[in-house]
Design a protein around this ligand. Sequence first.
Ligand SMILES: [Zn+2]
Length: 340
Amino acid sequence: MSSTNQYFSVLHRLRPKASLQRFFITAFTGLIAIACSTAPTAPTSSDSTPSTSSGPKIVTTFLPVHLFTKAVVGDTGQVDILISPGTEVHDYQATPDDAKLLAQADVLIENGLGMEAFLSNLVANAGNSQLQQIDASEGIEVMEGEHEEEEHGHDEHKHEEEKHGHHHHGGKDPHVWLDPVLAQQQVANIRDKLIEKYPNNADSYRSNAEVYIQQLQQLDNEFKEKLASVQGCNFITFHDAFRYLAQRYGLQQEAIVHIPEDSITPQDIQRVQQLAKEHSVKALLTEPGIEDKRIEQISSDLNLSLEAINPLESGETDPQYYFQVMRSNLEALSKACQNN
Ligand SMILES: [Zn+2]
């Protein structure tokens, strides 16, 4: 078995914890009723941007889709974000304010591809029959988990199966926003769906989207140019988020863990050591906020350079933040791959 991707079939999803979910369902039905019968309440958005009072009320789920939507909407409407941009997405817990936000919204835009597994419950609790949902990933060709059957057909992988049994085998990889080309498609999807819903704003949506898409094309060119000399570079990330980006630019990504909330096991370390031996891995890339000493240990044991790469699952809400982070990701990748 030659593939090194057999462990990368499990993808993270955002999901509320069961106990809090029960609390949410019982407690919030009443709160929504109260919210609907009283005067306007304080702003519920976790976004720090001041809201405009007119125009469509659009809610996005988490950071990347929020940045793309804000870029398209500009000043024609209000764009809020459900998951506080400073929160690690996997730590998200739905609150009464979130249900209230959806109860008052016109449109809800999600990344899709299974990333927002909590959403159907939340939407049901919001009880907003007018709410239009937009999937920003519609039509995007997704990566599936690979070699899953093989992995689970073998006894030696039993521990893996146990460990990850609570995750979603056979799921789709939701990290399309980290590929500057697929990001363009997400922006175009958001633009087209919003034009359908609000044709009066079509000109604004079109010109805003055009500017942002051009910036994404420019970014794509920078990635192509800078990574052309390191084709085939094999790098290991902390969590399994960069497969689309790697595929786009002829690189190979492996990961220590599937989702950021996974803790590193001795098996993970063994597997990474094995991969590093078999595939002449060039670098180890950690993430902001991950402070596990074992990552440094792995890098020094295997003599791999250590850089940081940001999966953009939390951060700042200015649409230009995307480019700032992606350019620094490009620097890190390029530097990492030129080592050794
Ligand atoms: Zn992720």
